[in-house]
Design a protein around this ligand. Structure first.
Ligand code: HEC
Length: 152
């Protein structure tokens, strides 16, 4: 097996999860055998991923749930967000949208959601959604939750 390739892949996975990355960093002394490092990564990542998902659900309820439901057909002040990944912006029937959102041409993917939640009005000038999530980890957790629910 090519070791540098393994290290790169492990790091890519780890960068997606700051908590796990931190733990690995503490555990991985320079001479730690590769096998042990991989075992640690394998044990930690599933836990870290589900922790992020739980976190995302809690954050969604606190920060988005007043205005957004995850059930199709249930529009509140904002449109339902079921199946939001891959959905065209402003396309939910019966939801109240600004002209800015309907005409934005955005198709929601992880990157678009991240940009939108960082600063909605900067991305879609004239949107009526003003809530932003300045913390990148919290945004990632919420987006992972949206992705997970949409896929069910
Ligand atoms: C105070 C109410 C409110 C809160 C809280 C809120 N939103 Fe919104 N959201 C809206 C409204 C209203 C729209 C429609 C905006 C428009 O048409 O310009 C919207 C639109 C959206 C859209 C675009 C949907 C589509 O069909 O194109 C996404 C994605 C979204 N919100 C995600 C979120 C997330 C994630 C959160 C929590 C971090 C959140 N919103 C919090 C009111 C809210």
């Amino acid at each position: 097996m090519n070791h540098s390739h393994v290290i790169t892949r492990v790091h890519i996975v780890l960068f997606r999860n700051a908590a796990a990355a931190l733990t690995i960093k503490c555990l991985s002394r320079p001479r730690m055998p590769m096998a042990a490092l991989l075992t640690v990564a394998g044990l930690l990542l599933p836990d870290a991923a589900s922790a992020q998902q739980a976190d995302g659900e809690r954050l969604f309820r606190q920060r988005c749930g007043t205005c957004h439901a995850m059930e199709a057909g249930q529009n509140r002040a904002g449109p339902h967000l079921s199946g939001i990944i891959g959905r065209t912006a402003g396309s939910v029937e019966g939801a109240r949208y600004s002209a800015a959102m309907r005409e934005s041409g955005v198709v929601w993917d992880r990157q678009a959601l991240d940009t939108f939640l960082t600063s909605p009005r900067q991305m879609v000038r004239g949107t009526t959604m003003t809530v932003s999530i300045p913390n990148a980890e919290q945004r990632a957790a919420i987006i992972t939750y949206l992705e997970g629910v949409g896929a069910q």
